[in-house]
Design a protein around this ligand. Sequence first.
Ligand code: BTN
Length: 333
Amino acid sequence: MNSGKVVSTSERIEKLLRLLADGRFHSGEDLAQQLSVSRTAIWKLIQKIESWQINIFSVRGKGHQISGGLRLLDKDLLTQSLKNNKYFKQIDVLTSVDSTADYMARQWRLSPGVGRVCVAEHQTAGRGRKGRSWISPFAANLYFSIGVELPLGLSALGGLSLAIGLSMVQTINQLAETPVKIKWPNDLLVNHQKVAGILVEANGESHDTSFLNIGVGINWDMQHQQGEPIDQPWANLKPLLVKSVTRNELLAKLLVDLDETLNIYQQQGFEPFSSLWPALSAVYQQPVHIITPQDTYSGTEAGIESNGALRLETPQGIKIFHSGEVSLRKVLD
Ligand code: BTN
């Protein structure tokens, strides 16, 4: 029976995906009935889903199947895990979005001051640092953004993205068989291959309050042929973790631990995190290049300052960097 409720294409796609997530064959007729649309409409929805690099097998007489099924993000589990958080307690679980970072900025304009998270199965315009795009195939990885207001001015946020990266390394390593490390400022690596990236965007409207839009992308179980090629060495996190950990469990744990990290940072700044650096840096006391818009500097990574700036030991003495990119590639080549 038609309830009269207008159902959007994205709601239909979500319903279709949830039906196909079991990995079994579903006939076109059955799917059409469940979604209250025609079989032609089902075909169109399937084409849309296939454009997100999900393979759907369609066999005459049997129907449609996603081989191996999908383990989708679980809104109930994630919402439950946030209940004791201080800064963000609500989560939007999206099927597809341009970018969770852009979605978060839009939500913040609509309801400023409400801390929240959004996570998406797929991004059509995921953004990385330095204007790069972030390849975001459906249900293969984790893409999430946290929007919070902190009672700190922009000048006090210098070490925040590093604190977030160090916190994530600690959380992940509690679940990992092969530990990950951090490359300044905030790439998570295993064997010099990137498993996660962090993009923190901060807006300060006054000297004592800032809005933070913390975006995290984690390569979880991405096929090498999925999407456009990635212009740097990368690896998946899933095979590094103890077998039973799911994408939902990892995200739930990260969100709890990141809330706690924001609390520590608000009270004590970067100081409590700085001692973690020597053990968790991927290149501590190793040769690196630091690339800045002006120049490239060579030397040995000599740890970080108490505000999160990087120390590079060069023949001319210690140089301190507040921004820039650590390059391993040229050193390793
Ligand atoms: C980097 O370049 O290392 C940072 C990558 C950050 C990617 C994440 S995915 C979720 C959020 N949405 C985006 O568009 N970007 C961030």
